[in-house]
Design a protein. Sequence first.
Length: 94
Amino acid sequence: MEKNRPVSKRLFVGSIPFRFTEGELLSLFVPFGKVISLKIMHNRWGKSRGLGFVEFENLDSAIAAKEKLHNYRCLLYTSDAADELLCVYLGGRL
């Protein structure tokens, strides 16, 4: 790992359920600070790839979110009333 690499305020989010929206993902991260960008990646046909990125305005917010939400699990109620388990894994060099 490079010691001179700049610290990032951008977090990688993996294992996002395919039906999860950017609004639902945003609701998990806004309690930690101002989110300046958020993106769920999609394939060329528009289907979610189950991963995304969240970038915070300041480093302290990114660190707090990573510490609290790394390996985070919550019960997700979808529109068809089926229960799903949301598993979010955060990475990024912090």
